[in-house]
Design a binder for this molecule. Sequence first.
Ligand code: ZN
Length: 436
Amino acid sequence: MKKPLLAQKLQLSSGIRRKTASHLRHKKALTGLRACSRFFVPNLLRPFSSRFSLSTAISGLALLLLAAVFPARPARGADTGDIPDGIVRVGILDSSKSASIELRGKTKIVDLSSGRQQQLSERSKMSVCASGGGLKFGDDILGPVIRLTPLDGEDRLRINERSYRGSIVVKTNPDSTLTAVEELGIEEYLYGVLPSEMGPEWPLEALKAQAVVARTYALYTLQGASEKASFDLCADTRCQVYGGASEDPKAVEAVRATQGEVLLWNGRLVHAFFHANCGGRTSPSIWGGDMIRPLMGVRCPYCKESGNYKWSAFFSQETLLKFLSSLGHDAGRIKSIRVVKRNSGGRAVKFKFSTDAGSQTASVKDLRGFLGASEFKSAYITRVTTTSKGFRFAGRGYGHGVGMCQEGARQMAWNGRKYKQILKFYYPGAKIACQD
Ligand SMILES: [Zn+2]
């Protein structure tokens, strides 16, 4: 019979403590802005992927020597629950009823409510779920918050069949669901963002531009992150898509080549939005507080060869009537739909529906949200055509249109442009600076 993980049921008490608030961590990080160096001390606690090339291995050896001379950053305060500076918390599961956890090597498990810990050395797989205010972890009952830290570099944790390289904190919520949060360095986080946000087969200079943009976006988000929130960044399209330790060597190369580089405007981080395709013109920021020169929009001649440059989608009378009904406007037939307000970048802001029951205005945000962003690809509407059974919307681009146009960046890289040229084109006036 399997031995219990911890000998006795542990007390339920406090959750994770945070040594410093996110904005303070970030403020501290920004004071380190400097010209970028290509030499840095690697995080020795997180060895890199075995897929690295020989040259990477050689440079890794050189870096190990450097690390012997310069002190590496301090180890995390895993036993106490403190979160050290420079670590981001990524929500990889939220409101899940249970999760499967696979330990692929030596793993330290700490119950953060009591400080009790144990090291497991064998590979094992178990499920975790909420139980009586605590966590049922395999056959053991633990406190409400635990941290799992893989101790073997190449043998990582797997949660629901996906690999992660950082430590994982699992906690119960008041509704008996689970939240799982990965804690890892910002650069390592980016290794898992690039392959999801821009295919690893994309040209290196475009990937490097994406690395700077994704780093800036993440750090900007950290500025506003709440100390009380369970995590700083989510792992889906509401933030940036993060695929865990599924990084590709080329994506890792792009992150390392731009290590620490961010976009600044007047000494402050740019809210570095990006999107798939702008349709020929990027949009001025559609969110308040971001009306700064780098986010005012540019004409983009680089994305027109992509399939996302133009789109059209048909929606039936029935579907659109349901949308109007969701706004409280009940009608039997829609006579016409037209754009009645656009922003300075040509994006539709408001539609007017004329029906047999009068008229109704609706925001493009609500309409797109109802019809689905993958079909109704953008607010850059060029035409609405009436048919016998419904309406056909024609538009350009894919996504909100603010910031870097990814498919334009890809074409610029194919044309021989360097990543800094790409960034300066899409974020005019922004400075590329480096932070430790
Ligand atoms: Zn474009």
